[in-house]
Design a protein around this ligand. Sequence first.
Ligand code: NDP
Length: 451
Amino acid sequence: MSFDYDLFVIGGGSGGVRAARVAAQEGAKVALAEEDRYGGTCVIRGCVPKKLMVFASEYAGMVEDAQAYGWTVHAGGFDWGAFKGKLHTELDRLEMVYRNLLKNSNVETFDQRAKLTDAHTVELDDGSRKTAKHILLAMGGRPVKPDMQGVELAITSNDIFHLDEMPKSILIVGGGYIACEFAGILNGLGVEVTQFYRGAQILRGFDDEARGLVCEEMCQRGVDVHLGTNVLEMREEDGGVWVKATNGTERVFDKVLFATGRAPNTESMGLSEIGVELGRNGQVIVDEYSQTAVPSIYAIGDVTDRMNLTPVAIREGMAFVETVFKGNPTPVDHDLIPTAIFTQPEMGTVGLSEEEARDREPIEVFATSFKPMQQSFAGRAERVLMKLVVSQSSRKVLGCHIVAPGAGEMIQLAGIAVKMGATKEDFDRTVAVHPTMSEEIVTMKTPVRTG
Ligand code: NDP
């Protein structure tokens, strides 16, 4: 049977674009459909604009610190309009980069929504149908809000980058990556930030000691965090949003941001109709090779809800090409993935939390929390954390957790050692780089806890 294409990719985010390009470079005839902007969540409404906003939000503190270091400088106000203009120019540039990458790789693109009609056929919005030997689902995900009265008054992370003006006050609902990152960003930009999280501690699933310190530091920097608290009712009032909380408090906020999770973009795609299995959250169920229940259809990235991180989607895309177009079946390695949460301070983590490790085997915990030199000299009370979770039997470092400015940069490098299976003694034999914060990771001698 002959097909229009060897591969049809649905979704022009980081994973889809990488898979399309690399398959085309292998000689495959490839097409890609994207209904929105090229670059996907990461480039257009996630990692990239978020990180630029993190940078913007850190300058007020830097000016204060510069004064403590003897500089005569004063921060004026933050001009959201000026920043937003530059931000979107940069996103436009990056979108063009993505488009050009596809064009230069001879990937045919369709700026349209696509859905499936059978195991080898894609139907585009204009009604045309394209056939392909293989179809790759890379539609990503979107923010979701809980089903409650007044929720339409709340914005999501998608809307933040398009606000006409910075609000004076905001309520952020949720305790995950997105909620905590935006709490820090908006607080740094001078917005009065209140955060409600329904659980006992933010950043559920991460190391308890590390997330505890992140929460403490966020509070110290001015974020008003309410744990065990959720929104009960919302309505429009005084040009803002009146909120009644489960703790009985009532208040009007300029804006309310729901960062209450994301859902895979699998609705109205014709997937279950043709036999692609979907999970409870709507995610595409795949095997270790990213193959769905329909052999000609594969799926990568957030649409599979495995580890919703851009570099993971890219790895999954590369493994797919290796498997399908290079004849080298390659399972995706989801073990020991380092990641950073761009809270303020940042948290970098790889491997098991102390709690997860303790459930599996006897461990030793090495941890130190201290005031780093640069911030301490500037008069800040801020503390950082360096922590290693070590197996008592194999001596391997099972987990590394860092809460500190620049923790994302540090964990990338620590991640190599942990991925290589480094032992505590390998860390110990590495000479410290002095004076740095991260030198503590190789100088901790005595476990603070065992068991
Ligand atoms: P998360 O799933 O991480 O967090 C969702 C939060 O919302 C949780 O705290 C959850 O509480 C809470 N929540 C869920 N439903 C409700 C509800 N009905 N009422 C109140 N609270 C609720 O999602 P995010 O949207 O923050 O992030 C999605 C994913 O995107 C992340 O898991 C991550 O993979 C990725 N990401 C990565 C980043 C990075 O690498 N730096 C940055 C941003 C996103 P509970 O804990 O109780 O379930």
